[in-house]
Design a protein around this ligand. Structure first.
Ligand SMILES: [Zn+2]
Length: 65
């Protein structure tokens, strides 16, 4: 399913909008989908989990269990 290894974007500080640094681990996350593969840093980076990924993970768990 849409679980994917944790990663975060190495971009962010220079964006026009302030991006709260988070890591993603759900490929269904729109924010995650917006991060190009070359920009994906394969770890949590010590960041918090993306709230959308968290919600998606929770929904996954709820529907499965
Ligand atoms: Zn996410």
């Amino acid at each position: 399913m849409p679980f994917t290894p944790s990663f975060y974007s190495q971009l962010g500080e220079t964006a026009e909008v302030t991006i709260v640094r988070v890591f993603h681990n759900n490929s269904a996350c729109h924010a995650a989908q917006g991060i190009a593969n070359p920009d994906r840093m394969p770890s949590t980076g010590g960041h918090r989990m993306c709230p959308d990924c968290l919600k998606l993970n929770t929904q996954e768990g709820a529907s499965r269990w």
